[in-house]
Design a protein around this ligand. Structure first.
Ligand code: 5GP
Ligand code: ZN
Length: 115
């Protein structure tokens, strides 16, 4: 049985605030938001991180990127205001949930620091 918290959210076993869903992608509000908009965008198919991307899941990763663009447009994010998309990958990248996800942060002017 999968013990991944995001797989449990995708399966509806753990509640979440859904922002967007299609056949390949789920996007939810982060439980601990770091900006007025803080959405986690993930493939429904479990993969641990971008380092696990291969020909078997490349379509799912592409679908996540397309979903980010759609979600941004739905939220009024444009090239005028902008956003930040972050992917923490593995131990040195401080990834805490080992199910690939991208953080979409927006809604205020973010700082320049990324480390
Ligand atoms: P990471 O550090 O792996 O890049 O980010 C994991 C993110 O998942 C964190 O920002 C954390 O707040 C969020 N998170 C952890 N558990 C839950 C949860 O049960 N629900 C939601 N919505 N977000 C979660
Ligand atoms: Zn998972």
């Amino acid at each position: 049985m999968c013990n991944c918290i995001f797989c449990k959210i995708i399966a509806g076993e753990i509640p979440s605030a859904k922002v967007y869903e299609d056949d390949k992608v789920l996007a939810i509000k982060d439980i601990n938001p770091q900006a007025p908009v803080h959405v986690l965008v993930m493939p429904k198919k479990h993969m641990s991180s971008l380092l696990a991307m291969d020909s078997s899941n490349a379509e799912d990763v592409t679908a996540v990127m397309s979903a980010i663009t759609k979600i941004a447009a739905d939220m009024g994010i444009s090239e005028e205001n902008g956003m930040r998309v972050i992917n923490n990958c593995g131990p040195d990248g401080a990834q805490s949930v080992m199910h690939l996800h991208f953080h979409l942060l927006a809604g205020r002017k973010l700082g320049e620091t990324i480390v």
